[in-house]
Each structure stands twice: as structure tokens, then as C-alpha cells.
Ligand binder design. Sequence first.
Ligand code: ADP
Ligand code: MG
Length: 277
Amino acid sequence: MEQNGEKVIEVKNVKKVYRMGRERILAVDDVSFEIYKGEFCCLLGTSGSGKSTLLNLMAGIEKLSTGQIIIKGKNIHKMSEKGLAKFRQRYLGFVFQSYNLINSMTALENVELPLVFKKVRPRSREKMAREMLTSVGLGKRMRHRPKEMSGGQQQRVGIARAFVAKPEIVFADEPTGNLDTRTTKEVMNIIKDIAKKNNQTIVMVTHDRSLAQYADKIIHILDGKIQEVEVVDREEICEVNAAEAAQQPEVKAVTVEEAISKLNQEQENIKEQVEIL
Ligand code: ADP
Ligand code: MG
């Protein structure tokens, strides 16, 4: 594959050291690579090899020890906290292994959430969320809450939420880690299809070699170091399930106040979640 497009992410000599008492853990050890616009990049390695740490550094969720991470020409670790939060809202989306949906909200409200924080007006917010849910095959599940959906359906809500604001880059950490083989294929095809259609860049962490078939570039990680960067000659292997016909139930859009009050009711993970979104 040609490597002469627009560089969207540059990782330069990045190190991350964790200190645990007297112990130093070198989780990411002098890593450098580049990712181009529209690439599907996979960080592949065994458990504990430093993949999540590296992804979190690239997303600005963790602070790096040394090195630089440049996204769209901006050194993200030089930004103020507010500046970084704005940057994330504008350019980045996230898919999590454990979905991280808000349990008290419906699928539609969950997908609207990033747009609430972006201050998109309720009417267009709802329209965008409905379209996104329909495109991941959940046109008939808009009013369901996470607990009323299967793992695969919840992750499709997670994907709809990550992509609804059309971010240029989507980071995904083991997005199919809790799913069975068949559902994994469905979810991977959905991610790949949406990303290709909109020329979005994907950075996905996995320990599963078989998922690397979806990638244009595979960065093999071992003990915090890059072992090899494999640029894949892509074959079109994806078949995306036809989206279910949209039958749209009546759902009231949430206001910012309602969203925040619902968030306040939730116990788990919320603070982290809101910070990332
Ligand atoms: P992977 O995602 O590849 O399984 P991680 O990036 O989670 O690996 O972890 C890489 C190494 O860094 C591991 O040895 C892990 O124990 C360590 N590590 C990760 N996060 C922390 C942390 N917050 N504090 C201390 N050590 C950590
Ligand atoms: Mg991990």
C-alpha cells in the first residue's frame, strides 16, 4: 500500500514508565511509527505488551514519560487540559472493550451523548444518532437500554457513539474482546465499513492475530517495543450485513440538563467516561 498520503498520527520515540513503589515498569519503550489518513492500523501483541498504554498515550488519556505524539500536526502532550479535551471532541472517537455505555440511558441517548457535549442542537442530534444506529443495524433498538441488549448489540451502540460525530480518528481497545466469533466478525465489518466509507483512520488494539486481517497496517508489539511493522496488501474481505430496515419509534431527545442528571445517577465509570467523550 502506498504510504504517501496525509500523516495523521506520528509517534516519536515515546516512552512510558510506571512507578510502583520502588519498581519501574517500562510499559512503552522508545516506540516510533506513523499512521496515514484512512488507514486501519492494528496494534497487535500479547497481554501486558503495552498496547493499551500506547493507545491511551495516543489518545491523550495518559501522560507520556518522554517523546512526542503528533496528531494532525499538533503535539497533543503540549496542549492544555481544556485544549486537549476540545481536540478530542473534535477529532477523536473511542470504542471500549466493555462498551462503557450509560446504563440509565437508551441506545439513542447514549449515541447522542457526544453530540450533547459538542452542543449540537437536539433536533439534529437526534437525527444523527438515529441514522448512525440504523447504519449499525439497530434501527429497531433505539429505545432499549444497555441491559436489554446483547453484547454485540451493545458494542454496536458503542460504535455508533464513537462514529456519530464523524471523528477523523477512532481508537478502539480490544473492541471485540467480550464477543463471540460470529459477533466479532459482524462488529469488525461494521467498523471497517464505516471507516472506509468516510475515510476515517482507525487505531485498534488486539491480542487476536485473526483480527489483523481487517488492518492495512499491523504494528507488532512485544515488551513495550515494536517488533515489526507490517503493511498489508489489502483484499476486500468484508461483507457488511444489510442494515435492518429503519422503523423509528417515538423517542424524546434528551436535554443537556437531563443528560447530566442521568449521568449523576450512575455509579460506574462515569467520570472517566465523560472525560474521554
Ligand atoms: P496490554 O494492553 O498490551 O495488555 P498494558 O498497556 O495494559 O498492556 O500494560 C503494559 C505493562 O504496563 C504491563 O506490565 C502492566 O502491568 C503495566 N501497567 C499498565 N498500566 C499500569 C498502571 N496504571 N500502573 C502500573 N503499571 C501499569
Ligand atoms: Mg490492554
